[in-house]
Write a protein that binds this ligand. Structure first.
Ligand code: GLU
Length: 410
């Protein structure tokens, strides 16, 4: 077995709530595997004239509640195992926020930072051509994920529409506004996490003076930092893939963002000092995990000092790490709730595409807030009723909803 295999971890999480959920054996067996898993080879003409063949995947995990839904990741560490895990987590995520969608995920093994804009466009179009027979607004709807963005979604949608010969904006979400994107989608993962954080902070009676640390300064982490900063919270440490910076009086996030834009990293920021140690081990009240999976494992969980962890990334705490944190009474707001704002606004984007009628930013945010606050209270109730953790509460809630749809379909 792979060390910290994300899919094995996802299966362990599922197994851990099987009895509490009262899950029928026949349904459980079906929930252990994607319904369909597609591997594709994507030949791309590179700028030097040579052809490079990239490997891509699309995992369609479960569509009992609605079409498969989930992002496409461009990253060197993408693997069959990772894509499967992420597609299972998407299935639970859409169920937690109770939107009529299932779960899927895609990925390409590539470091997009090494490609020119032209190469990236040809790869994006090539990948969509390869999976086009299997997607569609009523079948499977891709979106952005790690290292993919609205520009890439635009190329993908354009390619898809050329293949089918008509406009079909609801086939891909996270698009630019000009071709049917939704307002607020760009920062909705962070915004949804913020709404959830505001609820848990009330429950735990943590004030605005609490120290907050953020691992990851990409779409989720940087937007979260900005939203927290605007709302008067104190962020004392931030890290990206190159290292971290801290300031016990609070970091000026606007200036930090400018610094990162110019230098490519948070390191060397004049408004703080570079951290010698891992951000996960820093003294802090709240730790926001906004990087990749397997950040907190059996190897480092005992060194985590935060009272509260918010999982803005997918799968950042492994089941072994989870066990250790539970014993220390660390409260964890699980990924399938904390980062569901991304897919939440993707769903709102699809609704707008279907009606060809577009909402203001305020309208989208009001709908997102209602969705996330309700999901938080549903999870809290499931946790209380089952006398368990928030993660298990979220899993019980989500899996029961998916199982219900499977049973109703017969
Ligand atoms: N990639 C995001 C996630 O992991 C968003 C998915 C979507 O909008 O479909 O939740």
């Amino acid at each position: 077995m792979e060390k910290n295999s994300a899919f094995q971890n996802a299966l362990r999480q599922l197994a851990s709530v099987k009895d509490k959920t009262g899950l029928d054996d026949n349904i459980y067996e079906q929930l252990k595997k994607p319904k369909r898993f597609i591997e594709v080879s994507v030949p791309v003409r590179m700028d030097n004239g040579n052809v490079r063949v990239f490997t891509g995947y699309r995992s369609q995990f479960n569509d009992a509640r609605g079409p498969y839904k989930g992002g496409i990741r461009f990253h060197p560490n993408v693997s069959e195992d990772e894509v499967k895990a992420l597609s299972m987590w998407m299935t639970w995520k859409t169920a937690v926020v109770d939107i009529p969608l299932g779960g899927g995920k895609g990925g390409v093994i590539v470091n997009p930072k090494e490609l020119s804009a032209g190469e990236l466009e040809r790869l994006s179009r090539g990948y969509i051509r390869a999976i086009a027979p299997f997607i569609g607004e009523r079948i499977d709807i891709p979106a952005p994920d790690v290292y993919t963005d609205p520009r890439i979604m635009a190329w993908m949608l354009d390619e898809y529409e050329q293949i089918v010969g008509h406009k079909a904006p609801g086939t891909i979400t996270g698009k630019p506004l000009s071709i049917g994107g939704s307002r607020a989608r760009g920062y909705s993962t962070a915004q949804g996490g913020f709404y959830v954080l505001e609820e848990i902070v009330k429950k735990m009676r943590l004030g605005k003076n609490s120290e907050i640390s953020i691992q990851g300064f990409g779409n989720a982490g940087a937007n979260m930092a900005e939203i927290l900063y605007k709302n008067g919270y104190k962020i004392t440490a931030v890290s990206d893939s190159k290292g971290g910076v801290s300031n016990s009086d609070g970091l000026d996030i606007k200036k930090l963002e400018e610094h990162k834009k110019q230098s490519g990293s948070v390191l060397g920021f004049s408004g703080g000092k570079d951290m010698g140690s891992d951000i996960l081990e820093t003294e802090t009240d709240v730790l926001i995990l906004a990087a990749l999976e397997n950040a907190v494992t059996a190897d480092n969980a005992d060194k985590v000092k935060a009272k509260l962890i918010l999982e803005l990334a997918n799968g950042p705490v492994t089941p072994d790490g989870d066990g250790i944190l539970d014993k220390k009474n660390t409260v964890i707001v699980p990924d399938i709730l904390a980062n569901a704002g991304g897919v939440g606004v993707s769903y709102l984007e699809q609704v707008q595409n279907a009606y060809m009628y577009y909402w203001s930013e305020e309208e989208v945010l009001a709908k997102l807030k209602e969705m996330m606050t309700k999901a938080f209270h549903d999870v809290w109730q499931a946790k209380e009723e089952n006398k368990t953790t928030m993660r298990q509460g979220a899993y019980i809630l989500a899996i029961s909803r998916v199982a219900q749809a499977m049973e109703d379909r017969g």
